[in-house]
Design a protein around this ligand. Structure first.
Ligand code: HEC
Ligand code: HEC
Length: 188
């Protein structure tokens, strides 16, 4: 009896190995789904309005984290919370694969302010990458709309958007630092 049970459980285990598909994010499915994002985030994730962040070339792990954070309400924004509520885990992985594979864009930033920002940016590179291209959970900042970056830094500073590291860092920045850093990263 015991050996039969053992035999059956080995069969089940092996069947499990055979039927579990190796999941790979599907860029084409992501592109299809992205039609509902385009009205705000623009074609291929290149947004022409500073209210809506560029998603093009953003880190896929970061995109997944943010969509899940909107879904659970850990990051609050009424528009994005209702958009994310309707996305399945597969949708989120596919959308992240699609947007992260789009060519990067540069929103541009005020040149004089950007120069000031450059002199303060050294402390950001350790996490956000030496060209602010991001890495995994650390978002790309390069080319993002300065207005959007400013809004997020203020939101960390006020503790509305939560992240241990960014709340501490933003808390140490003045409004002038924030404007200058946002212009610098937007100009990359
Ligand atoms: C009606 C406009 C609108 C639509 C449609 C929309 N978004 Fe957004 N999205 C926003 C706004 C506004 C923000 C900025 C939220 C904030 O200020 O925190 C945002 C932020 C995001 C962020 C965070 C970016 C970052 O750098 O942290 C992601 C990821 C995102 N949206 C993905 C999507 C995806 C994927 C879709 C389509 C399924 C979508 N959005 C559809 C308005 C929209
Ligand atoms: C210790 C690591 C670390 C350092 C140093 C750091 N960041 Fe961040 N930053 C993060 C993480 C992690 C996130 C993503 C938080 C989340 O998941 O919501 C982030 C997010 C951000 C965002 C939000 C981007 C978006 O698309 O919404 C901005 C803006 C930002 N950081 C700016 C800066 C600036 C400017 C500096 C330097 C003054 C800096 N960061 C230094 C870790 C860091």
């Amino acid at each position: 009896m015991n050996s039969l049970k053992y035999f059956l459980s080995v069969c089940l285990l092996m069947a499990g190995f055979w039927v579990v598909p190796v999941f790979a994010a599907d860029v084409a499915a992501g592109e299809q789904k992205a039609a509902i994002c385009m009205g705000c985030h623009g074609p291929k994730g290149k947004s022409s309005n500073a209210q809506w962040p560029n998603l093009a070339a953003q880190q896929s792990t970061y995109l997944i984290n943010q969509l899940n954070a909107f879904k659970t309400g850990a990051r609050s924004n009424p528009t994005m919370q209702s958009m994310a509520a309707n996305l399945s885990n597969d949708d989120i992985e596919n959308l992240a694969a699609y947007f992260s594979s789009q060519p990067s864009v540069s929103a541009g930033g005020d040149p004089a302010l950007a120069k000031t920002g450059e002199s303060k940016a050294a402390m950001c590179f350790g996490c956000h990458g030496s060209s602010a291209e991001g890495n995994g959970q650390f978002p790309r900042l390069a080319g993002q709309h300065p207005e959007y970056l400013r809004k997020q830094l203020n939101s960390f500073k006020e503790g509305v958007r939560k992240n241990e590291h960014m709340q501490a860092i933003a808390g140490s920045l003045s409004e002038d630092d924030i404007k200058a850093l946002a212009a610098y990263f937007g100009s990359l």
